[in-house]
Design a protein around this ligand. Structure first.
Ligand code: CA
Ligand code: CA
Length: 417
């Protein structure tokens, strides 16, 4: 297995060794970082800065990826999460990073933008022969199953792209409380939890015999940080890209392998850990021979030279009852029914905004006219809604329906007319 024996600083300005691309769907990357700038993917079909979409893929001057927040080619990271993830996802020096920004500079991202980012990576592989081998998703939420997000991951699966997802930082059994995207049932998903340096599950890490595949290092991990610096990071967000980097290494050494061959190689080589037997599907941690020496160095650092920065896996949709959640029970051409709940204001009525095909069709829908029986379950106040669909909102074919509470997109789905 190809593996570098250098540290991050020695990898600065060093060209990567193969054509495998890891699409990092995150908050962007520090574009001026000496390490990142030599490890990102460059679109061979695009001419820089001529304001022309040279490769006709629908994105003008998409040199290193795309910013789906502002819909432009500026993938600068103002948050730091994506920069740290990108360093780890390329630490074996066998892959370059496609920077797909869907989280803003506060680390907030919307499901719709994540879907567009995934679709971009799949399109570049299918239509432009870019060798995207992995999509890294260091984000998720405990509610908000989105069939559109599911479909985009399924499309990635069909394009032979592995989808590595952080298991989440709630310290819970995700077999019982599934979160997405890590818990979708698609073959290409690898769900990753975190262990501490003594190989036991980190207290913050989600686990699940059926829903978390394996674990790897996740506390005080040294990686690239904003302003051309390095720092220490903790969370499953930083375990996922260690696995993405390993997947890229395996794909690089075995270019003819399909998803199931790559996954079975990684899963069958995990180091079995007794205490993880009932916590993760494979019963162990990523084999250290697949972890770059850059990442392993954290274990010998007696004390971090930089203070530990702990950042949670960032949130798409809503992670807990402290923020608004929506559960839709019926969606068809006639009606949209369900319930909404704002945990920070449990006794207030909840106001919804309804979008069809990204156009606002209803604002200030009060969630108070359906399912008053939820009062006992969710506390006082009224939480149900029953929205009559108007055929004028819908065009023939697939229509995207989404609901927001404030600026939170809490639900998204499609219906066919
Ligand atoms: Ca283009
Ligand atoms: Ca151009």
């Amino acid at each position: 297995m190809l593996k570098n024996t250098l540290n991050f600083e020695q990898l600065e300005n060093k060209k990567v060794l193969s054509g495998i691309v890891v699409a990092v769907v995150d908050s962007g990357a520090d574009i001026n970082h000496s390490y990142i700038s030599s490890h990102w993917w460059t679109n061979p079909g695009e001419i820089v800065g001529d304001n022309i979409d040279n490769d006709h893929n629908g994105y003008v001057d998409d040199i290193h990826g795309w910013n789906f927040v502002d819909n432009n080619n500026d993938v600068t990271d103002g948050y730091g999460h994506g920069t740290a993830v990108s360093g780890l996802a390329s630490a074996n020096n066998v892959d370059s990073i496609m920077v797909l920004k869907f989280q803003n500079n506060q680390g907030v991202g919307y499901t719709g933008d994540a879907i567009n980012a995934i679709n971009y990576a799949v399109m570049m592989k299918k239509n432009y022969n870019i060798n995207v081998g992995v999509i890294n998703a260091s984000w998720g939420g405990t509610t908000g199953y989105s069939s559109i997000l599911y479909d985009s991951i399924k499309n990635a699966n069909n394009a032979n792209i592995i989808f590595v997802a952080a298991a989440g930082n709630s310290g819970i059994d995700s077999d019982l409380s599934p979160r997405y995207p890590s818990c979708y049932d698609v073959d290409n998903i690898i769900s990753v939890g975190s262990v501490t340096s003594d190989k036991t599950m980190a207290g913050f890490s989600n686990y699940g015999k059926n829903s978390v595949d394996l674990a790897t290092w996740g506390t005080s991990i040294y990686s690239t940080s904003l302003n051309n610096s390095y720092g220490y990071f903790s969370g499953t967000s930083f375990s996922a890209p260690i696995v993405s980097d390993a997947v890229a290494s395996v794909e690089n050494s075995n270019p003819s392998w399909n998803i199931s061959q790559v996954k079975s190689y990684i899963f069958s080589s995990v180091e079995q850990i007794e205490s993880l037997r009932d916590r993760v599907m494979t019963g162990g941690i990523l084999n250290n021979s697949l972890v770059s020496s850059v990442v392993q160095t954290f274990k010998v650092a007696s004390t971090p030279v930089v203070s530990v920065v702990s950042k949670p896996a960032s949130v798409v949709s809503q992670p807990s009852t402290s923020v608004p959640i929506i559960n839709v029970e019926t969606l068809n051409l006639k009606s949209l029914k369900g319930w909404a709940f704002d945990g920070s204001k449990p006794t207030s009525r909840v106001l919804l905004k309804v979008y069809v095909n990204d156009t606002l069709v209803l604002r200030n829908v009060s969630a108070s006219i359906y399912r008053a029986d939820l009062k006992s379950k969710l506390g006082s106040g009224y939480h149900g809604f029953n929205i009559k669909m108007n055929s004028r909102w819908l065009h023939n074919g697939f229509n995207k329906v989404s609901i927001k509470i404030g600026n939170h997109e809490a639900y998204s789905n499609t219906i066919y007319k």
